[in-house]
Design a protein around this ligand. Structure first.
Ligand code: GLP
Length: 267
């Protein structure tokens, strides 16, 4: 794992978008694992902008999202299906057959979960998985005590997660669905590379636990410490409780792979 600290959420999100665009430019048929959440809004906005200016052509990618609420139809404006259509799929014109999300309103959820895993395999696996970090330390909807080897399945959401995500549900945590259908931690770990974005002071302590703490099923993001190619991009506020900041700053300032980015004030 490597941690990259940027000054603001905007810098961090633009860097993540640029890293995705560079990967797509190198591999136009990239299989991209997508995440939802407010943290990701500026990433998709930048990607759509890069697509618009021709800096990247996203029309050849295939996507797989991490999760969906159980019981919400695709058309529901609060669903992750809707979020993705609005923020990425429609603006760049991705055809529905190459955009995948688990169907949270499937009648047979265990079968939908197995089928989702089969679809990932059939696409050749996920090349690059984008991740946010939940307040409970979850990735996808892998709430505390999710097996670190778990596969796509239904998962009960914690009260903290339902409160965090209440914004789209009229601010009422009780209106947030009680369950999600989510890729498992084991599914996520099989992505060939992982790029996590974490911004804001509210995530500082859980980010420190996720990246510098011991690996534990209580915080599913700690499993990323086992991934051989995991980059975590954060802003200064989210980095405020990290112990190893001097080393992380040194990586961005000195490592050759970061040279193309550190010379550009946008990142
Ligand atoms: C949600 C999603 C996660 C997301 C996280 C952070 O519950 N299931 O995939 O990363 O919470 O959300 P936000 O970026 O809004 O803080």
């Amino acid at each position: 794992m490597e941690i990259i600290i940027r000054p603001t959420p905007a810098h961090a999100a633009r860097l993540v978008a640029r890293l995705v665009a560079d990967r797509v430019n190198a591999q136009p048929n990239l299989v991209l694992g997508c995440a939802t959440g407010r943290t990701m809004d500026p990433v998709y906005a930048s990607l759509v902008a890069f697509h618009g200016t021709g800096e990247v052509d996203l029309s050849g990618i295939t996507t797989f999202n991490l999760d969906e609420y159980v019981g919400l139809p695709e058309e529901d404006p609060r669903s992750y299906h809707h979020y993705m259509r609005e923020h990425l799929f429609d603006p760049v014109g991705l055809p529905p057959e190459r955009t995948h999300l688990p169907a949270g309103n499937a009648t047979d959820l265990p079968e939908e979960a197995r089928e989702y895993e089969r679809r990932i395999v059939a696409a050749g696996g996920i090349d690059l998985q984008l991740l946010g970090l939940g307040v409970t330390g979850h990735i996808g909807f892998n709430e505390p005590l999710s097996s670190l080897m778990s596969r796509t399945r239904e998962k009960a959401l914690t009260p903290e997660t339902r409160a965090q995500n209440a914004g789209l549900f009229g601010g009422d945590p009780a209106a947030v669905p009680k369950r999600g259908l989510t890729m498992g931690v084991g599914t996520i770990l099989e992505a060939r590379s992982v790029l996590m974005l974490v911004t804001g002071e509210a995530k500082a302590s859980v980010l420190a636990a996720a990246t510098e703490g011991p690996i534990t099923a209580r915080i599913s993001a700690t499993a990323l410490q086992l991934h051989p190619r995991c980059t975590v991009v954060v802003d200064e506020a989210a980095a405020s409780e990290l112990e190893g900041v001097d080393y992380y700053r040194f990586l961005y300032a000195e490592e050759p792979e970061w040279a193309p980015y550190r010379s550009d004030p946008a990142y």
